[in-house]
Write a new protein. Structure first.
Lengths: 222, 131
């Protein structure tokens, strides 16, 4: 042994024992109680994923911000955007996010009927948003303002289309969650999946806030 | 075993978990309704300011950005339940790191590209030089 002498049983940081104050009463591990419950691990991991997704969106936002003036003689943001449509989309998505919150309360209550209805409303509002967005894209392309027209439109379709793609995936996920609650009931792993879904859905609404402000509102006034 | 009674305060809060000061259906409903009310008010303010014509025009984009950041904060607190409660520290730290990267990417790109545009010779002048 080298210079440091270690007294047997001396453990000032309580690494070898369960900490009497910090550890949860039913914890099995040492120190602060060992591994966190699976629910915490899953949700935290999904939270990290969402943040990395937001970082990916930030690259699209940066691209759009740099290129939004490069219209190559084509239509500008001010000529294309219709704020009434954007406002309607915003209302749909915000209401959908709220309905998803209500669904999470229903899951907490273990109420199958309440859960299914709240999820159905969430999905229908999300679908309404998606249809409005597709109608807008279709309209732009008919007016000769497709993604190939200018750097501005490429950046616009990439950013807003990527968000729309996330919504589409979210709707498919929502459908499978409804089916799983119906078929399997409120099992812990189904609830963990639903928890991840609701985080995903609320995060998409946060990204939409950035899109309607930076792309539509600021694009319309400048 | 030391014989001390363990105190049950070792749990962390998962993102999306409501903190224990708003328990049950009523508390949850109140949280979501408050969030919806704040978010609706901020959205309405954004659309109103963007179309209003009595506000000093150069101030409008900044006002819109401020309203958007406020609304994102509302969504994070009332819908995602990422709050300043002590058990939420890990979630907040991850969020802070995400915000740092987002700010670096967006403002860094804008800053660099603005300088490049500023220092770029106009295309007409470049063509004259090549003749």
């Amino acid at each position: 042994m080298s210079g440091a002498t270690i007294r047997a049983g001396h453990d000032p940081y309580r690494i070898g024992h369960r900490h009497p104050e910090l550890a949860a009463p039913d914890s099995t591990g040492h120190g602060e109680g060992g591994p966190a419950p699976q629910r915490i691990v899953v949700a935290y991991g999904f939270w990290i994923f969402l943040l990395s997704d937001i970082v990916m969106f930030s690259a699209f936002f940066a691209t759009y911000a740099v290129l939004h003036g490069n219209t190559a003689g084509g239509p500008t943001a001010q000529q294309l955007f219709d704020l009434r449509n954007t406002g309607l989309e915003t209302i749909f998505l915000l209401a959908s996010s709220f309905a998803c919150g209500i669904a999470s309360l229903a899951v907490e209550q273990r109420n199958q009927m309440f859960t299914q209805v709240a999820l159905l409303i969430t999905g229908l509002l999300g679908l309404g948003f998606l249809l409005l967005e597709l109608r807008e894209f279709h309209n732009f392309i008919l007016r000769g303002a497709g993604p190939g027209r200018s750097a501005f439109l490429t950046a616009f379709f990439t950013l807003v289309g990527c968000h729309g793609l996330h919504i589409t995936c979210g709707l498919l996920w929502l459908g499978t969650m409804m089916a799983q609650f119906l078929a399997k009931g409120f099992r812990p792993y189904v609830e963990r999946r639903f928890m991840c879904f609701s985080l995903f859905w609320h995060a998409l609404d946060i990204i939409w806030v950035a899109i309607f402000t930076l792309v539509y509102l600021i694009g319309k006034i400048t | 075993m030391t014989g001390e009674t363990p105190v049950p305060n070792g749990y962390d809060t998962a993102p999306g978990d409501r903190y224990e000061d708003t328990p049950g259906l009523a508390g949850g409903l109140r949280t979501y309704l408050l969030g919806l009310a704040f978010a609706t008010a901020l959205t309405a303010a954004s659309f109103w300011i963007a179309t209003a014509n009595f506000i000093y025009a150069p101030a409008i984009p900044m006002a819109l950005v401020v309203l958007a950041i406020a609304q994102m904060g509302i969504h994070i607190v009332f819908f995602l339940h990422i709050t300043t409660s002590p058990d939420n520290t890990n979630n907040v730290m991850a969020l802070a790191f995400g915000v740092l990267i987002v700010c670096l990417v967006i403002f860094g790109s804008l800053w660099i590209m603005a300088h490049m545009n500023h220092n770029m010779m106009p295309a007409t002048a470049l063509m004259r030089m090549q003749q």
